[in-house]
Design a protein around this ligand. Sequence first.
Ligand code: SAM
Length: 280
Amino acid sequence: MCPPAWIGNNIPTLLRPLLLLLISIYHFFMTIVEIIFIDRQPWKLFKFTELRYKSFARLWAHNGEQMSIDMPGPCTELLRKSQGLVLDIGPGSGEILSRFDAGKITAMYGAEPAEDLHAGLLRNAGKTGFANKYHALLCGGEPESLIPALHESGILGHSGTGGTAEDGIFDEICCVRVLCGVPRPKETIRGLYALLKPGGRMVICEHVVNPWRTEGRFFARLSQLAFTLLGWPLFMGGCELQRHTVDYLKDAGEWDLFDLKYYQPRDPIPFVVGELKKKA
Ligand SMILES: C[S@@+](CC[C@H](N)C(=O)[O-])C[C@H]1O[C@@H](n2cnc3c(N)ncnc32)[C@H](O)[C@@H]1O
């Protein structure tokens, strides 16, 4: 392909992540300005994890709704089938709550560490029919944060072996656009596997490392590296573009069903979407 055609074909693919990165840099600096000049609590700048959540919450509050209009692949259909006792990891401000059928769900627990998103989350839970069935937990999906929060909420009895809930308590766990940002993803995903009941279902809609050796492409893989070096994880609340999430899920434990497919595999932000069922 001649260079102008190549540029014409690839620039739109690159522009979307670049635009998102620029927007996130703007929100990161605006968060710092707000902390110093509006909240007048400059010492909070040294609490880096909180700063990261706060700036991502600002970005999401301004753009989350727009970024949730088109979800990749069959994400909406898969969420619609969710039932029973559900754990949603990183629900944000609840932009995707309308995709669930609240009537099929007995209770939903949302593990959301960004405090600034909780008001929107509870508002959306009310609007989408969850009302008293929704429990917003101020915690992350990583075991050391999630397990104590589940204990505190009363859903996880104190009988869980070693605090890891080996027997499983949830019928379903939903991970939508969140595993890219959880700390120590291998261990965190293993912890989530343990929280699923035998036969329980996991719904996955996650962006991952570009599968350039199979259905992806090298240029997109390279651009993931370039965006990472430009500070993507720093400005995007810890989100990593190069995660091998499919491998971590496979290695988390035994599955009766492991049905994940790539969507936009040739893009810098390719998704895997599908459902998994824990061995019964
Ligand atoms: C891209 S947003 C997606 C929100 C929602 N799942 C959706 O798809 O509309 C990622 C969310 O994950 C949250 N998050 C970040 N780190 C997390 C962690 N360690 N555990 C759980 N959620 C986390 C962020 O605060 C944010 O709300």
